[in-house]
Design a binder for this molecule. Structure first.
Ligand code: PRP
Ligand code: URA
Length: 209
């Protein structure tokens, strides 16, 4: 079973408290989503493997460490996942970026796919799928299925706010995927919105409502 990790870092919690507020502007919301993603990337990469390498400082030869594992890719689920990319790249500047386009049909709440473009060597990379919201779990589960169909094997999912219902759906659909969560909320309302949540993440990032 994949791990479910809820971030406890006080800076992450403080910033999530600000983006939840209805009076937070799109500008501030965007900046904070990016900062939260940066801190989450730091926490979610703690288990990356290191190897010893011999290097030479200006003074002497010595043993140092370098990352030993797979190279990384960040794959945002459009649109709202885009808001997390810059923050992740601050921590992992060499990561490649893919894109998956999905939106949630407002009537059925089912994900509708409209785009997928991945780095050519995505199958050999450690892939972080990003989306600020894990609500019913339909979008994340469908995005990860799309990636697996295209040969991606090592997948982690990162969201800022999750509903317990979505975590369950994602865990059951993809038990091999680690799930990193900024805050685990209470429940979904009858419209599929996370309670207390923060409203519509895409609209708040891009100012579309
Ligand atoms: C939001 C959010 C997730 C999805 C979560 O996207 O960014 O992708 O809903 O809901 P789910 O877990 O129930 O699938 P939305 O469909 O509003 O599209 P957008 O990012 O283009 O606004
Ligand atoms: N998508 C959002 O943007 N917000 C929610 O609360 C649920 C799905």
């Amino acid at each position: 079973m994949g791990r479910v990790l809820v971030m406890e870092h006080p800076l992450i919690q403080h910033k999530i408290g600000i983006i939840r507020r209805k009076e937070t502007s799109s500008k501030e919301f965007r900046e904070l989503v990016s900062e939260i993603a940066m801190f989450m990337a730091y926490e979610a990469t703690r288990d990356l493997k290191l190897r010893d390498v011999e290097i030479e400082t200006p003074i002497t030869k010595t043993q140092a460490k370098e990352l030993a594992g797979k190279k990384m890719a960040v794959i945002p689920i459009l649109r709202a996942g885009l808001g997390m990319v810059e923050g992740m790249l601050t921590m992992v500047p060499a990561a490649k970026i893919g894109h998956i386009g999905l939106y949630r049909d407002p009537e059925t709440l089912k994900p509708v796919e409209y785009y997928c473009k991945l780095p050519a060597d995505c199958g050999d990379r450690e892939v972080f799928v990003t989306d600020p919201m894990l609500a019913t779990g339909g979008s994340a589960a469908a995005a990860i299925s799309m990636l697996k169909e295209k040969g991606v094997k090592n997948i982690r999912f990162m969201c800022i706010i999750a509903a317990p219902e979505g975590v369950k759906v994602l865990e059951e659909a993809h038990p091999d995927v680690d799930i990193y969560i900024g805050a685990l909320d209470d429940h979904l309302n009858e419209h599929g919105y996370i309670v207390p949540g923060l409203g519509d993440a895409g609209d708040r990032i891009f100012g579309t409502k």
